[in-house]
Design a binder for this molecule. Structure first.
Ligand SMILES: NC(=O)c1ccc[n+]([C@@H]2O[C@H](COP(=O)([O-])OP(=O)(O)OC[C@H]3O[C@@H](n4cnc5c(N)ncnc54)[C@H](OP(=O)(O)O)[C@@H]3O)[C@@H](O)[C@H]2O)c1
Length: 307
């Protein structure tokens, strides 16, 4: 499968993107600039990362034409279980406007609802449709939505999401959801591709120690295949996601790793090794586990099915 850094999918998104979760504002500025300098052309941000000012500065200082860069950001929808009030239609519109100021951008390429955590999620989706109409985002989508929650939108007669960003790696391979998204022309975006590794989120407070036992069982297979193909384990996992048809995201605050993670276009994982990696599936999400939440299963009952 020929995947090139200049490839763009149906919504103009490159196959590989740089994520900004768990970066301080200062780290976001430096790392985003570094990522754009080594060749990344997709930056993934979020209201809930509290660093969009740094991300905006990093984008600006890289001095690359705006139309060459694909910028995604996300709405934090609110979550009553965490005491965070749900955003209304108007608040959703205002939130993107505020985010754009912080990012120093006139528009983003993709705006997502971060997770289906609000009873008001259909109202929020209606606001995203409006945000696209008025040009503040080119495309709209969701994140952490399963088939059932996507269907709520379709059943309400509204435009369906153009993309869905989900945790996706060999331990959590979501083949049914992947097929559903393909059948419905919803662009799949992978986050936390490196979650199976022992080097994932190792700094104090990052929550990477969760699921260590489950991960261990997979690590020797990942190591064996990476060694055979003479690539790092990180590159193997990013490439696996891309070969599954996903646009993949990865994050680091280290220039050498940012460079390494972009170097995933010069090798291919043979079918037999892809299959062996597919066998590692345990349908086990890891990325949000430290918060005690599986965002794909946390949706409260809808406030209203009709809008
Ligand atoms: N929608 C959602 O709910 C959601 C959830 C999670 C993530 N995301 C998005 O997806 C992005 C990617 O997910 P993620 O942050 O979990 O990133 P990731 O790339 O899967 O993992 C990052 C972790 O792996 C380490 N790492 C990075 N490159 C490495 C390498 N070459 N070798 C060994 N270790 C390496 C990093 O450490 P250092 O930083 O110390 O190098 C960091 O601890 C996020 O940043 C965010 O934008 C979205």
């Amino acid at each position: 499968m020929k995947i090139t850094p200049t490839f763009r999918n149906g919504i103009g998104m490159p196959p590989l993107g740089f994520g900004t979760y768990q970066l301080s504002t200062e780290q976001a500025e430096l790392s985003v600039k570094e990522a754009l300098t080594v060749g990344f052309r997709h930056i993934d941000s979020a209201e809930g990362y509290y660093n969009e000012e740094g991300t905006g500065k990093g984008i600006k200082s890289a001095n690359i034409a705006r139309e060459e860069i694909f910028v995604t950001t996300k709405l934090f929808p609110g979550f009553q279980a965490w005491g965070a009030p749900e955003k209304t239609y108007e608040q959703t519109i205002e939130t993107l406007k505020k985010q754009l100021k912080q990012l120093q951008l006139d528009y983003v390429d993709l705006y997502l609802i971060h997770a289906p955590l609000a009873e008001l999620r259909l109202e929020q989706w209606r606001a995203l449709i409006e945000l696209k109409k008025i040009g503040l985002t080119k495309h709209i989508g969701v994140s952490n939505y399963n088939e059932h929650i996507i269907k709520e939108i379709i059943d309400a007669g509204m435009a369906k999401p153009e993309a869905n960003q989900v945790e996706f790696h060999p331990i959590c391979n979501r083949m049914d959801l992947t097929r559903y998204m393909k059948d419905n022309s919803i662009v799949p975006i992978a986050y936390s591709s490196l979650a199976p590794l022992s080097t994932w989120r190792t700094e104090e407070g990052q929550g990477g120690e969760v699921m260590a036992e489950i991960k261990k069982e997979s690590q020797w297979v990942i190591n064996e295949i990476a060694t055979k193909l003479k690539v790092s384990e990180a590159k193997l996992l990013l490439r696996w996601g891309m070969q599954q048809g996903y646009s993949v995201l990865t994050k680091s605050n280290k220039p050498e790793r940012i460079r390494e993670n972009f170097d995933v276009f010069s090798f291919e994982i043979p079918d037999s090794d892809m299959e062996q990696l597919n066998q590692l599936n345990k349908n086990q999400p890891i990325a949000w586990a430290a918060s005690g939440l599986n965002p794909m299963e946390a949706a409260p009952a809808l406030k209203s099915k009709k809008l």
